[in-house]
Structure formats: structure tokens, C-alpha cells
Write a protein that binds this ligand. Structure first.
Ligand code: PEP
Ligand code: MG
Length: 755
């Protein structure tokens, strides 16, 4: 390794002194460029800063015409300076005028300078400006001079990032760092969130840039790298990391980077140029990121994230920074920004302060999204690059209805959204006022309104919404957010807790519905061509009786002395119900044998989600105490249209004739067999479709808690008999081509029913 280069070290020392002096920003910047020019024996040194309109403006110069400061400007990609900014790469030229991108700016008087060295001013991989030195004589700048200029650029990046330069930015203009940005993302959970950014993994801000003793810093770096490597090797040897699969692949990539000699060499070089170990890590991370950000290959971009994570770990090692940035003063309107995140991590945040969640990756079915939905937080996903563009505390709006996010929004937009939020809140207040109103239709029919749930965070909503009980408790969610299979005791205590918090209102537990889109990482089944039609739900449970028996035992034990209501998902044949009953019987015997007390009463039900059950309705109803229609699945299987694929899922109308006729047949079979029939799919929560359900004979529905108010408001104004007469006539009319949905809308309007 080359010995300490004295030049850059002296320069950095001077810069450190300059940064500490109480100077006006322009004065500080002027002195910085003078210092760099003299140290690098350059006739010119200039700083260009990127503005929010994509223009690079000359902010300070030594050597060029002073009048050009704050007037000379270049667009991103234009001229040598614009090329450096756009590519985030240095340019080192002995004959600048010969470069095809060279652009002559007469106001600067730079035509007499032949050699040119420019480097991007980077922060967290983002380009904030360009730093240039020029000489009259034709020369090639040495590699260590390039390095030194890059290191110096970090100091200027700090000045820009701390907002110091705002004071010398002309009125009406803004620096790029504070630019308002709108990102089109995917809507994962509805609602609007206004608040301030909390980076889930806060960027570690290196404040100690310049070293006193390079050898000491090299040793610190080596030690930190050593611990990092050990921790990765450790993770790789742990049992939970399956032999194959994504997790292992990521760790292998981390290991590869951690041992990469090129990376280590570049960091050591930066230390020898005067940086502290942490500043060296940050510099190399920023350079690498800036280069990789321009890649379009999704595989390589993914590797960039891995590299970034690894560098952050190393920074944490070196700075001892581990906690959240907001240990104190966590904003009361936090919008969490994360690349990806585990469900449990979201639950660690103070619920009352969360206003939204933004994910760079993620899918609508990912666990953290499921949990956020349960918590009623707006979520947008696939928000490309947002983490690098945002700073902790930035104002942000997320629109979970349209899938947009606005970072540092302009005032007008902010106001428009505030108005929207106020309107929503007012409507929610109106619904809240209905909480204790009995759900009786205008013609006196009592409707059972229940809510869907799956996590403990849902439970408070039971009392808040005024629901009669939980019509669907999705037990698989506990399994989906756990990292290992929940044990008998864990399941039992979880169910016990749910029952306790339900405080006497009935809870209908659905046995495990995993498989299909509900993936449990520690239970990897084989790849399937058609997972929705595959080995899932009750099919899987019957083939793994140990799993099902454990769950049945936990449910029985948790409901000792009370009533247990349970139902089976995805039943296709009545024989499946017999099989589960047999297992249940065995569990009951087992528990009594060992002196456990049993539930006072057992209500046993089946979900109707598979069309084949339509031709076994009477047999089914003879077998169970209740039936619950899972309209999400029943509709997807009836229409052969994937519920998760937007191109086909909205193609057919669930208020069309075929599906409403099916639902009417189910309700009629329920009446005939005196079996309670409920519907717990998403359509129960939409006032217009809930109205249709009541029209075809349903008297019990279960939905997300936020829908209880709107559905109750609808039914209070509804005369069911009147609707049924019209609706049945339309469903029986084989000649009419008027869509049933139109009839329903007309009916609601004519009768002043809010839908
Ligand atoms: C359904 O299919 O309608 C249902 C309620 O179950 P899930 O959405 O959990 O599949
Ligand atoms: Mg289902």
C-alpha cells in the first residue's frame, strides 16, 4: 500500500478547519475552492450544485470569472459537468475541448484551460453536484488526485445535505435535495397518509469524516470487516437457513462481497487519502451505488441492494450505531419507508403514531402488508428508489387508493390532501355514531354484522366497530408472520388471548388455510403449476394430520368452558368434513382422558368456496352447524379468474346474474335446512353488494371492521322485501339484458339508500 499522500491530507485538514469556522455559506464555499485549487496546484476549482429543475448552477469558483457565479448553468447531461452529473462518474481529460460533450460557456472564460478533472458530489448514491479542477497546461491527473478530489467532494456533499447552501440559493429556486417528487407505485392498502418520513433503516450519518491517523483507521476497518465476516458465516451456519432458497442465496452474496478484495482496497485507499474508516466505507458505498443505480439489469440492481445492506452493516459496526434514528421524538405522524420489512418489525412501531407504510419492494401478499392491512394503515409498494431519495423527517403523502406517493409535496397538493383526509374523518365520525344502533332493516329484519380478523391488533376494532362478533378469524396469519412453526402452547395462548379480548362476542376460528397465495416460509411445499388449485387449506391439513390435530387441540384447550366455533376452509367434498370430525373426536377423547375441561359447546362449520359444493348443499348442511361463503375464492373458481390478477379479477361482475343466482341458491338451501349461512368475502363489506346479498336472502355477513359502519348505514334504510321482489324478478327474467348492478344502483337511489 502506498504511503500516506501528504497533499490530500493537508487539504482535508484545512477543509476541516474551514468547516468549523463561523463563516457565511458563500464565504465558506469560496474559501474551500481556493484551498482545493492551491493544494492541487490547479488554476481553477469550481463547484456546481444540482437544482430541483435539473440544472447545474455554478456556486463558487476560483479561477473562472466571478460574475459567472450563480449565473452560469448547464442542464443534466449537458457539457462536461452535466455528463459527470448524469453518469455519476469522474472525467479526467488532458484536452477538455476535444471531448465531444465539451460546451463553451463564454461568461466563464474557461477556453484557455486544457486539462480538466471533474468528480460527482455524491451522497447515498445521489448526485448533488459536480466539483471541477482545471489547468492551462495539458496534463493527466493522477489516480490519487482523482481520489483526493472525490474525498473533498464528500465535504461539499455534507454542506449541501445540511441545508447550508439554501441560504445562497436564489429566491424561487430549490436545490435538488429538497425537490418535490411524485412516485407512481402500487396501491397495497387503501387510505391516505399524511406525515413525515421515518426510514426503517435510518441512513447512518457519518459526521467524523477526516482521520488523524491513517494506520489506526486501517486497523479499525480490518477489525470491523473481521466481525462482519464472522457474523455472516454465523448466519450461514445457523439451522434456520434452509439449504436452498432465497435467504441463503442472499447471504452467500453478502459473503462474496465481504471478502471482495477490490472493495477492501478501495476503502483502504480512501483512508490513506485522509478519511476515517466510516467515511471511507461511505465514500466507496456511494460511488458504487451511484454507478450501479444506472444499471437496468434487475439481477444486478438486486445485487446493489445486497451490497448496500452489507456496507450499512459495516457502517453500523464502525459507528456503533444500532438503534432507530427516532429513539426520542418519534414523529406522531410517521410514514415508514423501507426497502422490505418483516411483519414483526412493523408491530414494533408505536401503533398510534403510524400513518402509512411505503415499500420499495414487497407484494400485496407479503406478510408485512397483511399486518399493515390488519392495522388499517395505508400502504404503497413497488415505490422504486424512494429510500435513497428521502431523508428522515421529510414531509410525505401516500395515497393508498391511487398508489401514489408525494415526497416533499408542494403546498397546494398538501392542502388538497388535507381536505380529503378531513372529509374521510368526518364520514368515519358519522359511522361511529351508528356503533350502538341495532342493525335492523327498515322492514324490521335483524342482520348479523360481524368482522374479519386474524391478528391480535385487530381485536380492539371489535368493540370500536360495534360488530356482533368475529365471523372469520384467519388463523394462518399467526403462522405466516412467525419465523418457525408456532408450537401447541403458542397457538393455545394466542387463541386464549383472542377469546379473552373478544370479551364474550363469538369468534369463528377458521382452521389453517395455508398454500396457494398464503405462503409459510418454513413450510415449503413443492412448486405447483396452479397453487390456487393445489395442495392447500383442508387438503394439506388432512395430509398432515399432526399439524391439524395440534391446532384442534389448541382450539379446544383455549375454549375450555366456553363455546368453540370453528370452520374448515376450501371444503370440496362432504367426506372431508367427516375426516376432520374424526380427528376432532380423537382430540376430545384425549383431552378428557387427561382431565382437561372441554368447551361447553361446539359449533362446527364449513366454508363454501369450491363450486363442487353447490351440488352437495343438502348433504353439506346436514353435516354442519353453519356454512360461511368465501366469496373471494368462490368467485375466482366460478369464473375461472385469478383473484390476484387484476387483468382478469375485475373482468367479471360479482353482481352479475351467474354469481347472484349461485348465492341465492345457497341462501335458499340454508333456509330449507335451517342452517345459518354467512358470507365473509370482500363483497360483504361493500354497501352495494351487501345490499344485493340481503336481497338474495343472506341475514349474516362478515367484513373488515371499517366496513361495518357503511354497511349498517345502508341496511338501516333498506326494505328487504321490496328489494327481494325486484331482484328476484330480474334474476328470473331470462330475456332482460339490463345488468343487475344497474338495477341495484337504481334501487338504492330511488330509496335514498347510501351505498
Ligand atoms: C374467501 O375466500 O372469500 C375468504 C374469505 O377467504 P380468504 O380470503 O382468506 O381466502
Ligand atoms: Mg378463501
Amino acid at each position: 500500500m502506498r504511503d500516506l499522500s501528504a497533499g490530500p491530507r493537508v487539504l482535508l485538514k484545512r477543509l476541516r478547519e474551514l468547516m468549523a469556522e463561523p463563516l457565511e455559506p458563500q464565504e465558506r464555499l469560496d474559501r474551500i475552492v481556493r484551498q482545493i485549487a492551491s493544494n492541487m496546484v490547479a488554476e481553477v476549482c469550481s463547484v456546481y450544485v444540482l437544482r430541483s429543475d435539473g440544472v447545474l448552477e455554478l456556486y463558487a469558483t476560483e479561477g473562472l470569472n466571478k460574475e459567472a457565479v450563480h449565473t452560469s448553468q448547464l442542464k443534466m447531461g449537458q457539457g462536461l459537468v452535466g455528463t459527470i452529473a448524469a453518469s455519476a462518474q469522474p472525467l479526467n481529460l488532458s484536452d477538455a475541448q476535444a471531448h465531444p460533450a465539451f460546451r463553451y460557456l463564454p461568461e466563464t472564460g474557461e477556453e484557455i484551460y486544457h486539462s480538466f478533472l471533474g468528480v460527482p458530489i455524491l451522497r447515498a448514491g445521489r448526485t448533488l453536484g459536480v466539483l471541477v479542477v482545471q489547468n492551462k497546461a495539458s496534463r493527466n491527473y493522477r489516480e490519487d488526485e482523482v481520489e483526493a478530489l472525490e474525498t473533498t467532494a464528500m465535504v461539499i456533499a455534507e454542506m449541501i445535505a445540511t441545508g447550508e447552501l439554501k441560504k445562497i440559493t436564489r429566491p424561487g429556486l430549490e436545490l435538488d435535495l429538497t425537490r418535490a417528487i411524485t412516485i407512481d407505485a402500487d396501491a397495497y392498502n387503501e387510505g391516505i397518509g399524511l406525515g413525515h418520513v421515518v426510514l426503517h433503516e435510518p441512513r447512518i450519518v457519518v459526521t467524523n469524516l477526516l482521520n488523524e491517523d491513517a494506520e489506526k483507521e486501517v486497523t479499525r476497518l480490518a477489525e470491523a470487516l473481521g466481525s462482519l465476516r464472522i457474523s455472516i458465516d454465523d448466519m450461514l451456519s445457523r439451522r434456520e437457513v434452509s439449504q436452498e432458497g432465497e435467504h441463503r442465496e442472499v447471504l452467500e452474496t453478502y459473503r462474496m462481497f465481504a471478502y471482495d478484495q477490490g472493495w477492501v482496497r478501495r476503502m483502504e485507499e480512501a483512508i490513506h487519502n485522509g478519511l476515517t474508516a466510516e467515511a471511507a466505507v461511505e465514500k466507496v458505498q456511494s460511488d458504487t451505488k451511484a454507478r450501479m443505480m444506472r444499471l437496468t439489469d434487475p439481477y444486478l440492481r438486486e445485487r446493489m441492494h445486497d451490497f448496500d445492506d452489507l456496507a450499512n452493516r459495516l457502517l453500523r459496526q464502525l459507528t456503533g450505531f444500532s438503534g432507530r434514528a427516532f429513539d426520542e421524538g418519534f414523529p406522531t405522524d410517521a410514514i415508514i419507508l423501507a426497502r422490505a420489512m418483516g411483519a414483526a418489525e412493523l408491530l414494533d412501531y408505536p401503533r398510534a403514531s403510524l400513518r402509512g407504510l411505503v415499500l420499495e419492494d414487497g407484494a400485496v401478499t407479503s406478510h408485512v402488508v397483511i399486518v399493515a392491512r390488519a392495522m388499517g394503515i395505508p400502504v404503497v409498494g413497488q415505490a422504486a428508489g424512494v429510500v435513497a431519495l428521502a431523508e428522515n423527517g421529510d414531509a410525505i403523502i401516500i395515497d393508498g387508493d391511487d398508489g401514489q406517493l408525494h415526497l416533499r409535496p408542494v403546498l397546494d397538493l398538501q392542502k388538497a390532501y388535507e381536505e380529503k383526509v378531513r372529509l374521510r374523518a368526518r364520514r368515519q365520525e358519522q359511522f361511529k355514531a351508528l356503533r350502538d344502533v341495532e342493525p335492523l332493516t327498515k322492514d324490521g329484519k335483524r342482520i348479523s354484522l360481524q368482522m374479519n380478523a386474524g391478528l391480535l391488533v385487530d381485536l380492539p376494532q371489535l368493540a370500536e366497530s360495534g360488530a356482533d362478533g368475529i365471523g372469520l378469524f384467519r388463523t394462518e396469519l399467526q403462522f405466516m408472520i412467525a419465523s418457525t412453526m408456532p408450537k401447541l402452547e403458542e397457538q393455545e395462548s394466542f387463541y386464549r388471548n383472542v377469546i379473552k379480548q373478544a370479551a364474550g362476542r363469538p369468534v369463528t376460528f377458521r382452521t389453517l388455510d395455508i398454500g396457494g397465495d398464503k405462503v409459510v416460509s418454513y413450510f415449503r411445499a413443492q412448486e405447483e403449476e396452479n397453487p390456487a388449485l393445489g395442495w392447500r387449506a383442508i387438503r394439506l391439513s388432512l395430509d398432515r394430520p399432526g399439524l391439524l390435530r395440534t391446532q384442534l387441540r389448541a382450539l379446544l384447550r383455549a375454549s375450555a368452558g366456553a363455546e368453540l366455533k370453528m370452520m374448515l376452509p376450501m371444503v370440496t367434498e362432504v367426506s372431508e368434513i367427516h375426516a376432520v370430525r374424526e380427528l376432532l373426536q380423537k382430540e376430545v377423547q384425549h383431552l378428557s382422558k387427561f382431565g382437561h375441561s372441554l368447551p361447553r359447546k361446539l359449533q362446527f362449520g364449513a366454508m363454501l368456496e369450491v363450486p363442487a359444493l353447490m351440488w352437495q348443499l343438502d348433504e353439506l348442511m346436514a353435516e354442519v352447524d353453519f356454512v360461511s361463503v368465501g366469496s373471494n375464492d368462490l368467485f375466482q373458481f366460478t369464473m375461472a379468474a385469478d383473484r390476484g390478477n387484476a387483468r382478469v379479477s375485475d373482468r367479471f361482475d360479482n353482481l352479475g346474474k351467474p354469481f347472484l343466482r349461485i348465492l341465492r341458491d345457497i341462501a335458499r338451501a340454508g333456509e330449507r335446512n335451517k342452517t345459518v349461512v354467512t358470507l365473509c368475502g370482500e363483497m360483504a363489506g361493500k354497501p352495494l353488494s351487501a345490499m344485493a346479498l340481503l336481497g338474495v336472502g343472506f341475514r349474516s355477513v362478515s367484513m373488515s371492521p371499517t366496513s361495518i359502519g357503511p354497511v349498517k348505514a345502508m341496511l338501516l334504510g333498506l326494505d328487504i322485501d321490496q328489494l327481494s321482489a325486484e331482484l328476484n324478478a330480474a334474476l328470473d327474467d331470462i330475456r332482460s339484458s339490463e345488468p343487475i348492478r344497474a338495477l341495484l344502483v337504481r334501487f338504492a337511489e330511488a330509496n335514498n339508500i347510501p351505498v
